[in-house]
Design a protein around this ligand. Structure first.
Ligand code: NAP
Length: 248
């Protein structure tokens, strides 16, 4: 595991689930964490359970002004950015033909364009430093279609993995590394707030017993920040499910 003491880390979607656990674990490892999400009260609550100093930035990552605010406030406070975790994301469940153009655009704005554009703001800072890690939280759905009725989500997470692959090549030799993290089912608010949550509820009920805890997933991510591989599975379950499905 890399030494995280005094590292400056931005975590998007730090108000719940995997992002909240990441913020707490980075902080427990003595990192300085910028926590971004829309719900300020939730961010403040998570911040209270962090052991080191944090910076809470209420932000909607689909807005350019808010992405700028995340980066500018982090630089103003700590003067550098060592790790960017593009974690904020949304799910979508339902029949392919029922998903509207607006649904697709909203999903891609959050799951693809926001991480791409936030990364664009952070890379120049990391280039100046000669070091950094971009951690894109994709999904096993970024590697194969893990369920029926999740076509837009699978497409968005494949795009995020593709972005990570291209970026890693373009950044070779700069000291900046890219990881595409592919969690398996994780027990978080994700299944309650995603588009089509009502339709998905019976399936969620059935699969709940197979879900990982956000803490376990976050621990798996932090343990593998030094991985030489681009695609990282935070837990054994994700790696195994990919092994079974990879040729489909
Ligand atoms: N749960 C799973 O089974 C699973 C599996 C594989 C991959 N993932 C991925 O893991 C990541 C985290 O998901 P999770 O399971 O921890 O879900 P979660 O508990 O619903 O967390 C999602 C986070 O994203 C934030 N967010 C959503 N839209 C945002 C926006 N426009 N601007 C800023 N923040 C926004 C939410 O905060 P606010 O609402 O406060 O803005 C929340 O903190 C996602 O990218 C998801 O696709 C999840």
């Amino acid at each position: 595991m890399i030494n995280l003491q005094d590292k400056v880390v931005i975590v998007t979607g730090a108000s719940s689930g995997i992002g909240a656990s990441l913020a707490e674990l980075f902080s427990a490892a003595s990192s300085k964490v910028t926590m971004a999400a829309r719900r300020k009260e939730k961010l403040l609550k998570v911040s209270c359970s962090c052991s080191c100093e944090t910076l809470v930035v209420p932000a909607d990552i689909v807005l350019n002004t808010d992405r700028r605010k995340i980066v500018d406030e982090t630089i103003r406070k700590w003067g550098r950015i060592d790790i960017l975790v593009n974690n904020a994301g949304l799910g979508m469940y339902g029949d392919f033909l029922a998903a509207t153009e607006t649904d697709w655009k909203k999903l891609f704005d959050i799951n693809v364009f926001a991480p791409v554009l936030l990364t664009k703001l952070v890379i120049p800072v990391m280039k100046k430093q000669g070091s950094g890690i971009i951690v894109n939280i994709a999904s096993i759905g970024g590697l194969y279609a893990h369920s029926d009725k999740v076509t837009p989500y699978v497409a968005s997470k494949h795009a995020l993995v593709g972005f990570s692959r291209g970026l890693a090549r373009d950044l070779a030799g700069t000291g900046i590394k890219v990881l595409a993290v592919c969690p398996h089912l994780t027990d978080s608010e994700f299944f309650a707030v995603s588009t089509g949550a009502d339709l998905m509820a019976p399936l969620v009920e059935k699969t709940k017993k197979y879900m990982e805890s956000p803490d376990k997933v976050a621990r798996g991510i932090i343990d593998q920040l030094d991985s030489e591989r681009l695609v990282v599975f935070p837990t054994e379950r994700g790696a195994k499910s990919y092994e079974k499905q990879r040729d489909i």
